[in-house]
Design a protein. Structure first.
Length: 311
Protein backbone atom coordinates (compact mmCIF):
# COMPACT_ATOMS: atom_id res chain seq x y z
CA UNK A 1 0.00 0.00 0.00
CA UNK A 2 1.66 3.24 -1.15
CA UNK A 3 1.50 5.91 1.57
CA UNK A 4 3.18 9.27 1.40
CA UNK A 5 4.25 9.90 4.99
CA UNK A 6 4.28 13.42 6.27
CA UNK A 7 7.32 13.60 8.49
CA UNK A 8 8.26 15.67 11.46
CA UNK A 9 11.21 14.78 13.64
CA UNK A 10 12.57 16.35 16.73
CA UNK A 11 16.07 15.39 17.89
CA UNK A 12 16.43 13.13 20.90
CA UNK A 13 17.94 15.75 23.16
CA UNK A 14 15.96 16.56 26.25
CA UNK A 15 15.18 20.11 25.13
CA UNK A 16 13.25 22.35 27.47
CA UNK A 17 9.87 20.84 27.00
CA UNK A 18 6.78 22.78 28.00
CA UNK A 19 5.98 22.35 31.67
CA UNK A 20 3.25 19.81 31.39
CA UNK A 21 2.51 16.44 33.01
CA UNK A 22 5.33 13.94 32.53
CA UNK A 23 5.05 10.20 32.73
CA UNK A 24 8.59 8.84 32.87
CA UNK A 25 11.79 10.13 34.49
CA UNK A 26 13.86 12.05 31.96
CA UNK A 27 17.51 12.28 31.05
CA UNK A 28 20.25 10.52 33.05
CA UNK A 29 17.80 9.30 35.68
CA UNK A 30 15.85 7.53 32.98
CA UNK A 31 18.93 5.93 31.38
CA UNK A 32 20.28 4.63 34.69
CA UNK A 33 16.83 3.30 35.53
CA UNK A 34 16.93 1.32 32.29
CA UNK A 35 20.27 -0.21 33.20
CA UNK A 36 19.04 -1.01 36.71
CA UNK A 37 15.81 -2.48 35.46
CA UNK A 38 17.56 -4.38 32.65
CA UNK A 39 15.34 -2.68 30.10
CA UNK A 40 17.98 -2.74 27.40
CA UNK A 41 16.96 -3.63 23.87
CA UNK A 42 19.67 -4.37 21.31
CA UNK A 43 17.51 -4.36 18.18
CA UNK A 44 15.52 -1.57 16.45
CA UNK A 45 11.94 -1.20 17.68
CA UNK A 46 9.35 1.20 16.28
CA UNK A 47 5.72 1.85 17.14
CA UNK A 48 2.55 2.27 15.10
CA UNK A 49 -0.26 4.17 16.85
CA UNK A 50 -3.53 3.78 14.91
CA UNK A 51 -5.39 7.08 15.45
CA UNK A 52 -7.45 7.32 12.29
CA UNK A 53 -10.86 6.54 13.76
CA UNK A 54 -13.90 8.77 14.29
CA UNK A 55 -14.75 7.61 17.82
CA UNK A 56 -18.40 7.11 16.89
CA UNK A 57 -19.24 5.15 20.05
CA UNK A 58 -18.40 8.14 22.25
CA UNK A 59 -21.06 10.25 20.53
CA UNK A 60 -18.62 13.16 20.70
CA UNK A 61 -18.08 15.58 17.80
CA UNK A 62 -14.29 15.36 18.07
CA UNK A 63 -12.63 11.98 17.54
CA UNK A 64 -11.78 10.75 21.05
CA UNK A 65 -8.01 10.62 20.40
CA UNK A 66 -8.04 14.41 19.90
CA UNK A 67 -10.42 15.22 22.78
CA UNK A 68 -8.79 17.40 25.43
CA UNK A 69 -7.85 15.74 28.71
CA UNK A 70 -6.72 18.33 31.25
CA UNK A 71 -6.13 20.76 28.41
CA UNK A 72 -4.09 18.36 26.30
CA UNK A 73 -5.29 16.02 23.53
CA UNK A 74 -5.51 12.41 24.70
CA UNK A 75 -3.18 11.28 21.90
CA UNK A 76 -0.41 13.56 23.19
CA UNK A 77 -0.22 11.54 26.41
CA UNK A 78 0.08 8.30 24.45
CA UNK A 79 2.80 9.72 22.18
CA UNK A 80 4.72 10.98 25.19
CA UNK A 81 4.54 7.57 26.83
CA UNK A 82 6.44 6.12 23.87
CA UNK A 83 8.85 8.97 23.16
CA UNK A 84 10.15 8.64 26.73
CA UNK A 85 11.23 5.07 25.97
CA UNK A 86 14.82 5.46 24.77
CA UNK A 87 14.92 2.14 22.88
CA UNK A 88 11.99 3.11 20.65
CA UNK A 89 13.26 4.54 17.37
CA UNK A 90 10.22 5.93 15.52
CA UNK A 91 6.62 6.60 16.54
CA UNK A 92 4.28 6.36 13.54
CA UNK A 93 0.97 8.11 14.21
CA UNK A 94 -1.68 7.13 11.67
CA UNK A 95 -4.47 9.71 11.37
CA UNK A 96 -7.28 10.44 8.92
CA UNK A 97 -6.08 12.66 6.08
CA UNK A 98 -8.27 15.52 7.32
CA UNK A 99 -6.54 15.41 10.73
CA UNK A 100 -2.92 15.47 9.53
CA UNK A 101 -2.71 19.23 10.06
CA UNK A 102 -4.19 18.90 13.56
CA UNK A 103 -1.69 16.15 14.42
CA UNK A 104 1.24 18.22 13.13
CA UNK A 105 0.03 21.09 15.32
CA UNK A 106 -0.10 18.81 18.38
CA UNK A 107 3.46 17.59 17.66
CA UNK A 108 4.63 21.19 17.40
CA UNK A 109 2.76 22.43 20.45
CA UNK A 110 3.90 19.63 22.74
CA UNK A 111 7.33 19.27 21.08
CA UNK A 112 6.93 15.56 20.47
CA UNK A 113 9.96 13.76 19.06
CA UNK A 114 10.62 10.84 16.74
CA UNK A 115 7.13 11.12 15.21
CA UNK A 116 6.13 10.16 11.67
CA UNK A 117 2.58 11.15 10.68
CA UNK A 118 0.93 8.88 8.09
CA UNK A 119 -2.53 9.02 6.49
CA UNK A 120 -4.95 6.37 7.80
CA UNK A 121 -7.45 4.15 6.04
CA UNK A 122 -11.17 3.47 6.27
CA UNK A 123 -10.68 0.74 8.89
CA UNK A 124 -8.29 0.12 11.77
CA UNK A 125 -6.47 -2.65 9.91
CA UNK A 126 -6.01 -0.43 6.88
CA UNK A 127 -4.60 2.32 9.09
CA UNK A 128 -2.21 -0.02 10.83
CA UNK A 129 -1.13 -1.43 7.45
CA UNK A 130 -0.34 2.10 6.24
CA UNK A 131 1.70 2.73 9.37
CA UNK A 132 3.69 -0.50 9.00
CA UNK A 133 4.32 0.24 5.30
CA UNK A 134 5.65 3.70 6.16
CA UNK A 135 8.27 2.15 8.46
CA UNK A 136 9.67 0.31 5.46
CA UNK A 137 9.88 3.51 3.42
CA UNK A 138 11.70 5.73 5.90
CA UNK A 139 14.42 7.79 4.23
CA UNK A 140 15.90 9.30 7.40
CA UNK A 141 19.60 8.44 7.58
CA UNK A 142 19.37 7.22 11.17
CA UNK A 143 16.19 5.19 10.65
CA UNK A 144 16.70 1.44 10.45
CA UNK A 145 14.01 -0.92 9.35
CA UNK A 146 12.67 -2.16 12.70
CA UNK A 147 13.22 -5.73 13.87
CA UNK A 148 10.04 -5.42 15.99
CA UNK A 149 6.96 -3.25 15.47
CA UNK A 150 4.79 -2.47 18.49
CA UNK A 151 1.17 -1.70 17.62
CA UNK A 152 -0.82 0.23 20.22
CA UNK A 153 -4.20 1.98 19.98
CA UNK A 154 -3.67 5.73 20.34
CA UNK A 155 -6.68 5.84 22.72
CA UNK A 156 -4.89 3.76 25.37
CA UNK A 157 -2.80 6.42 27.11
CA UNK A 158 -1.62 4.32 30.04
CA UNK A 159 1.22 2.27 28.68
CA UNK A 160 4.00 1.00 30.90
CA UNK A 161 7.65 0.78 29.76
CA UNK A 162 8.29 -2.47 31.62
CA UNK A 163 5.34 -4.09 29.88
CA UNK A 164 6.41 -2.68 26.49
CA UNK A 165 9.77 -4.34 27.08
CA UNK A 166 8.11 -7.71 27.76
CA UNK A 167 6.04 -7.42 24.58
CA UNK A 168 9.04 -6.39 22.44
CA UNK A 169 11.25 -9.22 23.73
CA UNK A 170 8.49 -11.83 23.33
CA UNK A 171 7.69 -10.58 19.82
CA UNK A 172 11.36 -10.89 18.82
CA UNK A 173 11.47 -14.46 20.14
CA UNK A 174 8.07 -15.71 19.00
CA UNK A 175 7.30 -13.47 16.01
CA UNK A 176 4.23 -12.02 17.75
CA UNK A 177 3.09 -11.15 21.27
CA UNK A 178 0.00 -9.53 22.74
CA UNK A 179 -1.45 -8.19 25.96
CA UNK A 180 -4.40 -10.01 27.52
CA UNK A 181 -6.66 -9.33 30.48
CA UNK A 182 -9.15 -11.59 32.30
CA UNK A 183 -12.78 -11.23 31.29
CA UNK A 184 -14.93 -9.67 33.99
CA UNK A 185 -18.23 -10.60 32.31
CA UNK A 186 -19.32 -13.82 30.65
CA UNK A 187 -19.43 -13.76 26.82
CA UNK A 188 -22.65 -15.00 25.24
CA UNK A 189 -23.76 -15.63 21.67
CA UNK A 190 -27.23 -14.39 20.70
CA UNK A 191 -29.75 -15.62 18.13
CA UNK A 192 -30.87 -13.31 15.29
CA UNK A 193 -34.09 -12.76 17.29
CA UNK A 194 -32.05 -11.43 20.22
CA UNK A 195 -32.25 -14.44 22.51
CA UNK A 196 -29.49 -16.41 24.16
CA UNK A 197 -27.93 -18.94 21.82
CA UNK A 198 -25.13 -20.12 24.12
CA UNK A 199 -22.61 -18.80 26.62
CA UNK A 200 -18.84 -19.31 26.60
CA UNK A 201 -16.95 -20.82 29.50
CA UNK A 202 -15.39 -17.60 30.78
CA UNK A 203 -12.30 -19.26 32.31
CA UNK A 204 -11.20 -20.39 28.85
CA UNK A 205 -11.22 -16.88 27.34
CA UNK A 206 -9.30 -13.62 27.77
CA UNK A 207 -9.75 -10.09 26.51
CA UNK A 208 -7.22 -9.15 23.82
CA UNK A 209 -5.76 -5.75 24.61
CA UNK A 210 -2.86 -3.58 23.35
CA UNK A 211 0.15 -3.19 23.05
CA UNK A 212 0.92 -6.00 20.65
CA UNK A 213 4.30 -6.69 19.08
CA UNK A 214 5.35 -8.37 15.84
CA UNK A 215 8.57 -8.91 14.00
CA UNK A 216 8.46 -6.53 11.05
CA UNK A 217 8.56 -9.43 8.59
CA UNK A 218 5.59 -11.22 10.22
CA UNK A 219 3.26 -8.21 10.30
CA UNK A 220 4.24 -7.25 6.73
CA UNK A 221 3.55 -10.78 5.48
CA UNK A 222 0.26 -10.92 7.37
CA UNK A 223 -0.99 -7.72 5.74
CA UNK A 224 0.29 -8.79 2.36
CA UNK A 225 -1.67 -12.06 2.48
CA UNK A 226 -4.85 -11.04 4.31
CA UNK A 227 -8.16 -10.62 2.49
CA UNK A 228 -10.35 -7.60 1.83
CA UNK A 229 -12.75 -9.05 4.38
CA UNK A 230 -9.98 -9.06 7.00
CA UNK A 231 -9.21 -5.42 6.20
CA UNK A 232 -12.90 -4.47 6.31
CA UNK A 233 -14.18 -6.39 9.33
CA UNK A 234 -11.18 -7.69 11.29
CA UNK A 235 -10.16 -6.30 14.69
CA UNK A 236 -7.35 -8.64 15.72
CA UNK A 237 -3.78 -8.40 14.39
CA UNK A 238 -2.73 -11.54 16.32
CA UNK A 239 -5.25 -13.52 14.31
CA UNK A 240 -3.72 -12.33 11.03
CA UNK A 241 -0.25 -13.42 12.18
CA UNK A 242 -1.56 -16.91 13.01
CA UNK A 243 -3.80 -17.25 9.96
CA UNK A 244 -1.37 -16.00 7.31
CA UNK A 245 2.07 -16.59 8.81
CA UNK A 246 1.46 -19.55 11.10
CA UNK A 247 2.88 -17.39 13.90
CA UNK A 248 1.27 -18.16 17.24
CA UNK A 249 1.53 -15.08 19.45
CA UNK A 250 2.89 -15.24 22.98
CA UNK A 251 0.11 -13.92 25.22
CA UNK A 252 1.19 -11.85 28.22
CA UNK A 253 -1.03 -10.82 31.14
CA UNK A 254 -1.14 -7.04 31.10
CA UNK A 255 -1.60 -4.50 33.91
CA UNK A 256 -5.15 -3.39 34.79
CA UNK A 257 -4.71 0.02 33.12
CA UNK A 258 -4.50 -1.15 29.48
CA UNK A 259 -7.90 0.44 28.85
CA UNK A 260 -9.14 1.60 25.51
CA UNK A 261 -11.27 4.74 25.55
CA UNK A 262 -14.36 3.59 23.65
CA UNK A 263 -17.46 5.28 25.05
CA UNK A 264 -18.06 8.63 26.72
CA UNK A 265 -18.09 7.38 30.31
CA UNK A 266 -14.71 5.70 29.89
CA UNK A 267 -13.37 8.98 28.53
CA UNK A 268 -14.56 10.79 31.66
CA UNK A 269 -13.05 8.13 33.92
CA UNK A 270 -9.76 8.31 32.02
CA UNK A 271 -9.69 12.06 32.34
CA UNK A 272 -9.95 11.80 36.11
CA UNK A 273 -7.30 9.10 36.11
CA UNK A 274 -5.03 11.10 33.78
CA UNK A 275 -5.19 13.82 36.39
CA UNK A 276 -3.80 11.39 38.95
CA UNK A 277 -1.33 9.51 36.75
CA UNK A 278 0.06 12.31 34.56
CA UNK A 279 -0.18 15.29 36.87
CA UNK A 280 1.46 13.94 39.98
CA UNK A 281 4.48 11.62 40.25
CA UNK A 282 3.10 10.63 43.63
CA UNK A 283 -0.61 10.72 44.04
CA UNK A 284 -3.45 9.64 46.21
CA UNK A 285 -5.67 7.40 44.20
CA UNK A 286 -9.23 7.88 45.31
CA UNK A 287 -11.93 5.55 44.16
CA UNK A 288 -13.27 6.19 40.68
CA UNK A 289 -16.55 4.94 39.38
CA UNK A 290 -15.92 1.37 38.32
CA UNK A 291 -12.45 1.05 39.77
CA UNK A 292 -11.29 -0.23 43.10
CA UNK A 293 -8.27 1.62 44.36
CA UNK A 294 -6.51 -0.41 46.97
CA UNK A 295 -3.45 1.64 47.84
CA UNK A 296 -3.66 5.10 49.40
CA UNK A 297 -0.49 6.60 47.96
CA UNK A 298 1.38 5.42 44.88
CA UNK A 299 4.41 6.40 42.91
CA UNK A 300 3.61 6.80 39.24
CA UNK A 301 5.59 3.67 38.43
CA UNK A 302 3.63 1.49 40.84
CA UNK A 303 0.31 2.85 39.70
CA UNK A 304 -0.22 0.17 37.08
CA UNK A 305 0.05 -2.74 39.50
CA UNK A 306 -2.28 -1.27 42.05
CA UNK A 307 -5.39 0.23 40.60
CA UNK A 308 -7.70 -2.69 39.91
CA UNK A 309 -10.12 -1.86 37.11
CA UNK A 310 -13.37 -3.80 37.30
CA UNK A 311 -15.23 -3.34 34.01
N1 LIG B 1 -10.13 3.63 10.37
C1 LIG B 1 -9.61 3.56 11.61
C2 LIG B 1 -10.42 3.17 12.73
C3 LIG B 1 -9.85 3.14 14.00
N2 LIG B 1 -8.54 3.49 14.14
C4 LIG B 1 -7.93 3.55 15.46
O1 LIG B 1 -7.95 2.28 16.10
C5 LIG B 1 -7.98 2.48 17.52
C6 LIG B 1 -9.00 1.56 18.19
O2 LIG B 1 -10.19 1.63 17.46
P1 LIG B 1 -11.60 2.10 18.12
O3 LIG B 1 -11.51 2.17 19.60
O4 LIG B 1 -12.65 1.28 17.51
O5 LIG B 1 -11.69 3.61 17.58
P2 LIG B 1 -12.80 4.19 16.60
O6 LIG B 1 -12.94 3.34 15.39
O7 LIG B 1 -12.44 5.63 16.41
O8 LIG B 1 -14.13 4.10 17.51
P3 LIG B 1 -15.61 3.80 16.96
O9 LIG B 1 -15.60 2.34 16.61
O10 LIG B 1 -16.45 4.10 18.18
O11 LIG B 1 -15.86 4.71 15.81
C7 LIG B 1 -8.29 3.96 17.76
O12 LIG B 1 -7.13 4.62 18.24
C8 LIG B 1 -8.71 4.47 16.39
O13 LIG B 1 -8.38 5.84 16.19
C9 LIG B 1 -7.74 3.84 13.03
O14 LIG B 1 -6.55 4.12 13.17
N3 LIG B 1 -8.30 3.87 11.78
O1 LIG C 1 -11.44 -1.20 16.57
P1 LIG C 1 -12.14 -1.83 17.77
O2 LIG C 1 -12.07 -0.99 18.99
O3 LIG C 1 -13.51 -2.28 17.46
O4 LIG C 1 -11.28 -3.12 18.08
C1 LIG C 1 -9.94 -2.92 18.50
C2 LIG C 1 -9.62 -4.05 19.43
O5 LIG C 1 -9.92 -5.29 18.85
C3 LIG C 1 -8.14 -4.04 19.75
O6 LIG C 1 -7.86 -2.80 20.30
C4 LIG C 1 -7.78 -5.09 20.78
O7 LIG C 1 -8.92 -5.71 21.28
C5 LIG C 1 -6.81 -6.14 20.28
O8 LIG C 1 -6.88 -6.40 18.97
Amino acid sequence: MEVSPVYMQGDDSEQDRPAYPRLFPTGEARKSDHLKAGLCVDFPVSVVLPAGGTGERTGLQTPKQFCPCLGRPLISYTVESFERVSWIQTIVVVVAKENIGLMMDIIQRFQHKKVLVVPGGSTRHRSICNGVAALGEQRRPAAHKPKVVIIHDAVRPFVDEDFLHKIAMAAKEQGAAGAIRPLVSTVIATTSEGYLDHSLERAKYRASEMPQGFTYDVICEAYKKCTESDFEFGTECLHLALQYCGTNAKLIDGPPTLWKVSVKTTFETRTMLCKKVFICGNMTVSSFPGTDSVTPVLSGANFQQTVMRKL
